[in-house]
Design a protein around this ligand. Structure first.
Ligand code: ATP
Length: 242
């Protein structure tokens, strides 16, 4: 059984259908990259999986359970953690306090403040600094760390490289590599196609709310994904759904 299964999901913002009948699954331990142009529906899809946005139709199943009526805080308790676009930290609170908030779901597991600081060594000296005073890279590390503190089985990462310098992005991804190899299931939204292809097992490309291309990262070229990104894709590489 897949860890996550999304079936014919439709998510609206008012009259706008941002996600239009999306189906896919994620297997345990898999890293899935979600790519697509601005406005393709990636953030809306992640938020619907996390329970932050109620779908209009379709189903999300996690570890076999139907999540339709499960509120977002309970989904954290079940093992789904979202690192939202823009980080959404409590800027008046310290790194440590933000990290400890991730604990409130009470899920048992190995993640602790010390382990997060081992994974992101640049945060060690900033442990008692207010997150509003941190650099973008330090804030992103704190946001990822806070999600890890809930001991998730599924980590949803929305544009972790947004607004960061290439050097800092490399550092964040170097830390994420530990997670990727440790067997945490990850769905990440990433604008950098080369990076998306290199870190993931599978890529899903969205176009105007639909999946335009899906397949194993190894068998896809940057060109295939770029075409799917702009709606120029022809059947041939990966599977295509309209
Ligand atoms: P980006 O890379 O820009 O974040 P995205 O692929 O994540 O894009 P979404 O943010 O999910 O796309 O947006 C999908 C569509 O829904 C877009 O047309 C966007 O304008 C619209 N949208 C997103 N959030 C809202 C909102 N809160 N209210 C109204 N429309 C919204």
């Amino acid at each position: 059984m897949s860890l996550l299964s999304v079936e014919n999901l439709v998510v609206r913002h008012g009259l706008l259908q941002a996600v239009r009948g999306v189906s896919f699954s994620a297997e345990r331990g898999e890293t899935l990259a979600l790519v697509g142009a601005n406005g393709a529906g990636k953030t809306t899809l992640l938020r619907a999986i996390a329970g932050a946005h109620q779908p209009a139709a379709g189903q999300v199943r996690f570890d076999g359970a139907d999540l339709t009526d499960v509120p977002s805080h309970k989904r954290v308790g079940m093992g789904i953690a979202l690192v939202p676009e823009g980080r959404k930290l409590f800027v008046q609170m310290t790194v440590e306090e933000n990290l400890l908030l991730g604990r409130t779901a009470g899920r048992p597991g190995d993640w602790s403040v010390d382990r997060v600081l081992e994974m992101f060594p640049n945060l060690k000296a900033r442990r008692r600094a207010k997150t509003g005073h941190l650099s973008g890279g330090e804030q992103q590390a704190t946001a990822i760390g806070r999600a890890l503190m809930s001991n998730p089985d599924l980590l949803l990462l929305d544009e972790v490289s947004l607004g960061l310098s290439p050097l800092i992005v490399d550092r964040v991804y170097a830390s994420l590599q530990t997670l990727i190899t440790s067997g945490t299931t990850i769905i990440l939204v990433e604008q950098d196609l080369n990076r998306a292809l290199s870190v993931s097992d599978r890529v899903i490309c969205m176009l105007e709310g639909r999946v335009s291309l899906e397949g194993p990262s190894k068998s896809m070229s940057r060109d295939d994904v770029t075409k799917a990104y702009f709606g120029l894709h022809k059947a041939g590489a990966g599977s295509v759904s309209a």
